[in-house]
Design a binder for this molecule. Structure first.
Ligand code: THU
Length: 133
């Protein structure tokens, strides 16, 4: 699947977000190497720290279906931002552990301004399982 198609799926997923507090809907779409897509959107809560980001929902959804890091080709993050929407720090930590370091992180917005970076480049000095030894 080409990335433009994946971006369209993330935009569709964005419409399913639950954002009564921030009014900032975000969509995500994860692509496996086999061509399967898992979408996510941000889901908020009156207890603000419980809000869950779009990209983490997409990644967790894929894991619950048996997908693992080596199976993942790319993830799209889209929001109505002036520049390509950047994943938050918490999501970078999750992406760094749960996606292959050579997978693509596709940041975009509603105008299709797009920036593609590798997982290994989004979080220098990430905390990892190595630190737990
Ligand atoms: N949000 C995401 O879904 N992904 C990000 O990487 C940035 C932030 C959500 C969280 C919250 O629901 C809203 O955007 C405003 O921060």
């Amino acid at each position: 699947m080409d990335y433009q198609k994946l971006i369209e799926k993330a935009k569709e997923a964005r419409k399913l977000s639950y954002t009564p507090y921030s009014h900032f809907p975000v969509g995500a779409a994860l692509l496996t190497k086999e061509g399967k897509v898992y979408v996510g959107a941000n889901i908020e809560n009156a207890s603000y720290p419980l809000c869950m980001c779009a990209e983490r929902n997409a990644i967790y959804q894929s894991y619950l279906d048996g997908v693992r890091k080596d199976d993942i080709a790319a993830i799209v993050i889209v929001a109505d931002t002036p520049n390509p929407c950047s994943p938050c720090g918490a999501c970078r930590q999750v992406i760094s552990e749960l996606m292959d370091e050579n997978a693509d992180v596709i940041m975009t917005n509603l105008n299709d301004d797009t920036l593609v970076v590798k997982v290994k480049d989004i979080l220098p000095f990430a905390f990892s399982e190595e630190d737990l030894k």
